[in-house]
Ligand binder design. Structure first.
Ligand code: NAP
Ligand code: COA
Length: 267
């Protein structure tokens, strides 16, 4: 992915953009010539991410902010706006997750994930809206297969991501008239990410995760970045309100695997 005439000089703001999938997205837009702002909690991660984006030749701004704090999000957005102007592409991907059976999940454990993923996405989108370049702006939320697939020990993430999927559709309707498109990407298992380290912490769990993907491989940061670059581009100018899996078919889910019980007719 190299400099593109379309993204050159555009302002891309990535909430939760300092590691993993979201940093991969920030880097893809940086390589395409955009000015990139990333925010997250850890000042060290913010600094490292912004330095890395500059090393790619981009103008970059890193700001420490917690998406659960609307005042901090608003201050970050204003600082980014003062530096790079109206936001052309807004990506909301800050998230937290862990495996926990619902019966053992404390109220604060459930609330924490919903606050980061769902409420955080609302704060980011709602506070960025006045600062978006309208018409033409593109918003991309980062969802997950849990948004549509009921997943045991993931009641917090399932509830939060399903909420993000619905927020994507509602705001696509509310903001379409202003020329703002709102979509979401639901990545499947992406290699070498914190999410997979938490959800598939052993080689066996990882192998099982790959086996559940029809394309039989983990995804890459590039797989997700290609979709984001498309969604933010004029080529996707008539796409809004879509929650798009980039998951090798994982979200197809399917019922119980019957292959082991299959007996060819007449055998
Ligand atoms: P990650 O590296 O842990 O990324 C999470 C990012 O969000 C980090 O930059 C983190 O930085 C930031 N963050 C967390 N809490 C925050 C808060 N309260 N306020 C602001 N920023 C916050 O994890 P990842 O696996 O790449 O996941 C990235 C996104 O992809 C998430 O939305 C996740 O649900 C989604 N996803 C991942 C996978 C996968 O296979 N990994 C699959 C499906 C969906 P700080 O710690 O500095 O705050
Ligand atoms: N199982 C059950 N509950 C857990 C848990 C786990 N593995 N990890 C945290 N919790 C609970 C805590 O016990 C606490 O509840 P309590 O007050 O009732 O004890 C609550 O969640 C908040 O934990 P805390 O550590 O204070 O939250 P935090 O705001 O510092 O961190 C997390 C948020 C918990 C989501 C943390 O894992 C995080 O920062 N994650 C970001 C990275 C990430 O998850 N990446 C993958 C993205 S898919």
């Amino acid at each position: 992915m190299s400099a593109s005439p379309y993204f050159s000089g555009r302002h891309v703001f990535v909430a939760g953009g300092t590691s993993g999938i979201n940093l991969g997205l920030a880097q893809a837009f940086a390589r395409a010539g955009a000015h990139v702002t990333v925010i997250s909690r850890s000042p060290d991660k913010v600094q490292a991410a912004a330095d890395g984006l500059r090393a790619l030749g981009a103008q970059a701004l890193g700001i420490s902010a917690d998406v659960r704090d609307p005042a901090a999000v608003e201050a970050a957005l204003r600082q980014a706006h003062a530096r790079f102007g109206d936001i052309d592409v807004l990506i909301s991907g800050a998230a937290g997750n862990f495996i926990a059976p619902a019966a053992e999940l404390s109220p604060n454990g459930f609330k924490t994930v919903v606050d980061i993923d769902l409420n955080g996405t609302f704060h980011v989108l709602r506070l960025a809206y006045p600062l978006l370049k309208k018409p033409g702006a593109s918003i991309i939320n980062i969802s997950a297969p849990q948004g549509v697939n009921p997943t045991m020990y993931q009641v917090h993430a399932c509830a939060a991501k399903a909420g993000i999927d619905m927020m994507t559709r509602v705001l696509a309707m509310e903001w379409g008239g202003a020329g703002v498109r709102v979509n979401a990407i639901a990545p499947g298992p992406i290699a070498d990410t914190e999410g997979m380290r938490r959800l598939a912490p052993s080689p066996e769990a990882l192998a099982k995760a790959v086996a559940s993907v029809p394309l039989q491989r983990m995804g890459t940061l590039q797989d997700v970045a290609h979709m984001a670059l498309f969604l933010a581009s004029p080529q996707a100018g008539y796409v809004t309100g879509a929650v798009i899996p980039v998951d090798g078919g994982a979200a197809l889910g399917g019922g119980r695997d019957m292959r082991a019980s299959y007996q060819p007719r007449g055998a």
